[in-house]
Design a protein around this ligand. Structure first.
Ligand SMILES: Nc1ncnc2c1ncn2[C@@H]1O[C@H](COP(=O)(O)OP(=O)(O)O)[C@@H](O)[C@H]1O
Ligand SMILES: [Mg+2]
Length: 353
């Protein structure tokens, strides 16, 4: 194996014997190093860009993605997503019922990716993401009002003898608020890791989902002639019209709520969700996921790695993307099974480090 030869054989001081993947050598000698192509799932800034087939840097693995993927080729294509028909139909139930889909499952089973897969397949635009943490509030996810910015701006314009700035430019809808903006097709909202949030968060969220509307008191109290205000939204450049300080949704958004099961949710909340438990993928599903992301070639010689992954996963939690990372490194010529490296990539999740 060439990677092993580079690691074990020869002196590390001899640059000719260093394998190409060793970008950092730890010898303190400055060199100009070209970065190799990133894994398909770690490419940034190209998501919206249309890349015509055959143009741009497309690593071997990408070109091998099976035919039948409807998306265009190149970095603009969203990550592939595999889901069994029985689970896809739970998604369908939530879509028909206009209810939030509560997705549970071990880390890396594709909970968060499901929102993007639905948005892509149903052509519902970019996912509105709300990553929940212990400080998250429904209020902030609905909208934020920049009172200090407005005061400052008003003082400045007054000094210059200009007209007062429009209040709407100081109100920005958050992901939840933007998801409720009426007009057109429903939007997809990902409430990611709701179990990381405060104990009251599910019930507060439930209220908004049941009512499908919310008030912005700062706008509601404006005089009649200012009853229609254009506010900013979560999406750059997009504005929403708020009348008399209320925003009323027209079509309930497609809501995907994920949870790692760190907290139980109240029964009233659970009752109003459609629940989808994503299973931990078995070996054949893992192979299919690897092929979908990295192409058929990536499966060659991968048995040993897959074995190591499954063995480790039996004893403790491991995420599917950890396997993808290992296979990607291996495809680039790295000896992932070398001591220490496997542990670094397939390390245990959760708990103290
Ligand atoms: N069913 C799947 N189909 C394709 N890729 C998947 C699937 N499940 C997981 N993955 C891969 O694993 C990564 C982690 O998935 P993610 O949705 O972040 O998991 P979770 O939110 O459950 O922790 C994804 O970015 C994707 O690359
Ligand atoms: Mg996730």
């Amino acid at each position: 194996m060439s990677a092993e030869a580079g690691r074990e054989g020869g002196s590390p001081m001899n640059p000719r014997e260093e394998p190409g993947w060793r970008l950092f050598r730890g010898d303190g000698v400055p060199r100009h190093v070209e970065m190799p192509p990133a894994p398909p799932w770690r490419r940034f800034g190209a998501g919206e860009r249309e890349v015509p087939a055959g143009e741009g840097e497309v690593p071997a693995g990408e070109r091998e993605v099976p035919a039948g993927e409807r998306a265009p080729s190149g970095p603009a294509r969203p990550a592939p997503y595999l889901i069994g028909p029985e689970h896809a139909d739970v998604v369908n139930a939530a879509l028909h019922l206009r209810r939030p889909l509560l997705v549970t499952g071990s880390p890396g089973t594709g909970k968060s990716s499901l929102a993007r897969a639905i948005a892509h397949e149903m052509d519902l635009g970019e996912v509105l993401r709300w990553p929940v943490n212990s400080r998250s509030t429904v209020q902030d996810a609905l909208y934020r009002y920049d009172a200090i910015g407005r005061l400052r701006e008003t003082a400045l314009t007054r000094d210059r003898g200009e007209a007062e700035p429009d209040i709407g430019t100081f109100v920005r809808l958050g992901p939840l608020g933007t998801a409720l903006v009426p007009g057109g097709r429903p939007r997809v909202l990902l409430v990611d890791e709701l179990d990381k949030g405060d104990v009251d968060l599910p019930n507060d969220l439930l209220t908004v989902f049941e009512e499908g509307e919310f008030e912005i008191p700062e706008l509601a109290r404006l005089p009649e002639e200012q009853s229609v205000v254009e506010v900013l939204t979560e999406r750059a450049g997009e504005r929403a019209t708020v009348r008399r300080g209320r925003l009323v949704c027209e079509e309930f958004p497609v809501v995907v709520i994920t949870s790692n099961g760190e907290r139980d949710f109240p029964p009233a909340f659970l009752r109003r969700c459609v629940r989808l438990e994503l299973p931990t993928p078995d070996e054949s599903r893992l192979r299919a996921i690897v092929t979908a992301h990295l192409g058929d070639d990536a499966l060659e010689d991968v048995d040993q790695l897959l074995d190591a992954f499954l063995r480790r996963r039996a004893a403790r939690e491991l995420a599917t993307d950890q396997l993808l990372n290992a296979v990607f490194l291996r495809a680039g010529g790295m000896d992932v099974t070398a001591d220490g490296l496997l542990e670094a990539v397939l390390h245990r999740l959760g708990g103290a480090v």
